[in-house]
Design a protein around this ligand. Structure first.
Ligand SMILES: [Zn+2]
Length: 482
């Protein structure tokens, strides 16, 4: 029997927090078994020659929405397939009860096993879930969700607080689909933070945290009303004006003040521009003892509403929080370069063109992007802005892995899971929906040329994607974190 299942030879390994090294990498039983010079190819069942290529830890796409608008099982299959194109080998998906997803409420004890069953055997990447307690009852479920399912991250949406979203008269009640007389407000958030903080205080455990979608709903009500009274243009610019950066700044301030009081580790999701980043920096400065992590998305780094409106591309790029301006793109890249941003994710939510339409307010928010994780970082981060490769690997792999308790992900060390992206730094491709192998029929990045693409993606030691083609059946596993 061969000593190794797979041997990757002649590549440049990119080790997060270390740097680049020329070495061969051997895989056995789904783990990295050896690193070294001139490991013998006779010892391996399969040899992958990575001459002229870089070998990166598989990306951990830490912000994802499996099954938000489509069947969960279908999304698991088609969207994690798309992840392979971007070199992502693990996805952490948000799930909540209520409208969209499974369109029901209840206890996670009953609903979460259903979610796991729907995804089992259908994901091409490893996967885990962040869960959003929408009711007081569900807050009480936190200790069991951790103990029984290894769910260590939770979520609160600041903007679901009982208001009428103008267009579709949605309010917190209809989102939650729970007629329990409870409020989804700062009181709920504080209780949730106490629950997360109490679990996080257990010293024998990896990080337990609360992710926050920060937009302030009462201000959104005012600004959306103003936009609608003011000609109601059906543009991405109008969407940005209806949910301006001020709503994020205020929500971040509120959330962090409560987090400090509750001693709750928090993740500020998808900072959309200069204002949100400034608010996050202020939060850290004001509360140096508080564990505050920051995330940006590919689209907030690279896309802006002015350019997209000018192309007449329509509302495909409607997303929460809205796309801002080029000035904001620049500010966020500066935050990435100076280390104020901890990780970059896609916020992937497969949303078909038909669910966008040409009416601004009813159009469903979100779109896919997981296939662009390494390509955008290599092209726009490494090539264009001089971001070192090991920093690229930290931003999309090591940092989210550490933040979310994925102890065997995010590195190319011996003993780590053999989740690997082999990339060609000078490969140029123009983004099109077809290229991304997603179920989604459009892409806001359409037509953008990116330089630096994964050519082989390995999940658990098995080649899952090679030269634009998926290899074999889904083999991704659910990852318990604790
Ligand atoms: Zn999201």
């Amino acid at each position: 029997m061969a000593r190794y299942d797979l041997l990757i030879t002649n590549g440049t390994l990119v080790q997060p927090h270390v740097g680049e090294m020329r070495a061969d990498l051997a895989v056995k039983d789904g783990r990295i078994a050896a690193l070294g010079h001139d490991l013998s190819t006779d010892d391996a069942d399969e040899v992958l020659d990575a001459t002229g290529r870089v070998v990166l830890p598989g990306a951990v796409d830490a912000h994802y929405h499996l099954g938000i608008y489509r069947d969960l099982a279908l999304d698991a299959y088609e969207e994690t397939r798309s992840s392979l194109v971007g070199g992502a080998t693990t996805v952490l998906s948000y799930f909540r009860t209520g409208e969209h997803y499974l369109n029901r409420s209840g206890r996670y004890e009953d609903i979460f096993p259903e979610v796991l069953r729907a995804v089992a055997g259908r994901a091409f990447t490893d996967y885990g879930f962040h869960l959003a307690p929408m009711t007081t009852d569900q807050i009480g479920e936190i200790p069991r969700l951790i103990a029984e399912h290894g769910v260590t991250s939770f979520k609160y949406y600041m903007f679901y607080k009982g208001f009428n979203l103008a267009s579709s008269s949605r309010d917190a009640k209809s989102f939650r689909m729970a007629d329990d007389g409870q409020e989804y407000d700062l009181g709920h958030l504080f209780e949730l933070m106490e629950g997360v903080a109490s679990a996080a205080a257990d010293p024998g455990r990896s990080r337990v945290s609360l992710s926050l979608h920060c937009e302030q709903s009462e201000l959104m009500r005012l600004f959306i009303d103003r936009v609608r009274k003011n000609g109601d243009p059906q543009t991405l610019a109008a969407y940005h004006q209806g949910r301006p950066p001020l709503t994020e700044r205020v929500a971040i301030g509120e959330a962090v003040t409560l987090a400090q009081e509750a001693r709750c580790p928090v993740n500020l999701l998808h900072l959309s521009g200069a204002d949100a980043l400034d608010a996050a920096r202020t939060a850290r400065r004001t509360h140096p003892g508080l564990d505050v992590r920051t995330e940006v998305t590919l689209h907030h780094l690279c896309l802006d509403h002015v350019s997209l409106d000018a192309t007449g591309a329509g509302l495909g790029a409607k997303v929460n929080p809205p796309l801002r301006t080029r000035h904001d793109n620049k500010a966020l890249w500066a935050g990435v370069l100076d280390g104020d941003i901890d990780w970059i994710a896609s916020d992937h939510a497969c949303c078909m063109e038909e669910h966008k339409g040409d009416e601004l307010w009813p159009a469903l928010p979100g779109f896919g992007g997981t296939a662009l994780l390494y390509p955008v970082l290599l092209s726009e981060g490494h090539h264009r802005r001089g971001l070192p490769l090991h920093r690229v690997a930290e931003l999309v792999s090591a940092n989210p892995a550490r933040a979310y308790g994925l102890t065997r992900k995010g590195s190319l060390m011996v003993g780590a899971d053999a989740d690997i992206a082999v990339a060609e730094l000078d490969k140029r491709q123009t983004v099109s929906a077809d290229l991304l192998l997603s179920g989604q029929d459009h892409c806001p990045f359409e037509g953008v040329e990116l330089r630096g693409w994964p050519v082989t993606t390995i999940v658990g030691g098995r080649v899952a994607y090679r030269d634009g083609v998926v290899v074999g059946e889904p083999s991704g596993k659910y990852i318990r974190r604790c």
